[in-house]
Design a protein around this ligand. Structure first.
Ligand SMILES: [Zn+2]
Length: 316
């Protein structure tokens, strides 16, 4: 009997990508389209259509989708999406109506956490937290093998836990959210201010101008031992370490997995986070925690969405 496949779709701000995935986490086919910012559901359907065509006569059992924002997992719909317009917010219903296949939708960080749980750094762990460090900061939390979604699908917003009540304002309405210190956006903002004060930094030569500075430029300069860059990343790392200690106090996970583009900044950022975290855990006489970096990388969304679709199908 041929193995049962699932389609996993990861919709992002610029691209919607999907894969035809087997239960062992092999991606057999891929398809990607540019995301239509005014019609997110249409982009998802395009990817699913393309993958079903490529599947040929191989059996596909279910479809999983990971999307940013607040997701009502029970109904497979988007309740709040900050950056994308969905022509049809009831994504799961739209997919099932078109394909006849069971469909699930979840928050992108939840899906990525599920991917790490199924195939990645946190395989075998029943208690884990995934933290995504990118333009913003997100998280997916798994407790005793179950995703924590909350009453309205807005749980696990680790990026909007406050670490400094007098910190910078956050678009969410609060001040001093963790995201305002640890995201790529925050690192770029802090680096711009630091370079204005000290224009000898090599960050400036990599970026060309102050407004053009990104977190990648800061990471690059830090690898070249630029002091300004290392100070900016160390500040971000300290705040991340403080945030991680809050996670340990709340969830006592077996492992915390770090993912997202900013992870590439490496030791000048993550090393400081790990040291701060370890010191705080020791001060509380807690055990040492496992802190890993994602093994799935850019495929975490596709793999997690497909694995979640197969899991939900079994649970039904
Ligand atoms: Zn916030």
């Amino acid at each position: 009997m041929p193995e049962t496949l699932a389609i996993g779709v990861d919709i992002g701000g610029t691209g919607t990508k999907g894969g035809l995935v087997s239960p062992d986490g092999t991606i057999h086919e891929r398809h990607e389209v540019p995301t239509d910012p005014q019609a997110g559901t249409k982009s998802i359907i395009q990817v699913v259509d393309g993958l079903l065509e490529r599947a040929g006569n191989r059996p596909v059992a279910a479809i999983g989708v990971g999307a940013a924002g607040f997701i009502d997992h029970a109904h497979g719909s988007v309740t709040f999406s900050p950056n994308l317009v969905y022509d049809d917010p009831n994504i799961a219903d739209a997919l099932t109506a078109r394909t006849g296949l069971a469909s699930v939708v979840d928050n992108d960080a939840n899906v990525a956490a599920w991917g790490e749980h199924a195939f990645g750094s946190a395989r075998d762990a029943r208690h884990l937290v995934l933290v995504t460090l990118g333009t913003g900061v997100g998280s997916g939390i798994i407790v005793d093998g179950h995703l924590v979604r909350g009453a309205t699908g807005s749980a696990a917003e680790f990026g909007h836990t406050v670490v400094d009540p007098f910190g910078p304002p956050c678009p969410c309405g609060l001040r001093g959210c963790l995201e305002q210190f640890t995201s790529g956006t925050a690192i770029a903002r802090n680096a711009k201010a630091a370079v204005e004060a000290d224009r000898s930094s090599t960050i400036l030569s990599f970026a060309g101008s102050v407004p053009a500075i990104t977190a990648e430029h800061v990471a690059h300069a830090a690898r070249e031992m630029d002091e300004v860059a290392r100070t900016v990343l160390a500040k971000a790392g300290r705040m991340l370490g403080i945030g991680l200690s809050n996670l340990a106090n709340l969830f006592d996970p077996e492992v915390i997995v770090l993912a997202g583009s900013v992870v590439a900044a490496g030791e000048p950022y993550l090393g400081v986070a790990r040291d701060t975290f370890n010191q705080m855990m020791m001060a509380q006489r807690r055990r040492a925690y496992r802190l890993d970096v994602t093994k799935l990388g850019h495929d975490a969304g596709i793999l997690g969405a497909a694995a979640l679709a197969l899991y939900d199908l079994e649970e039904r």
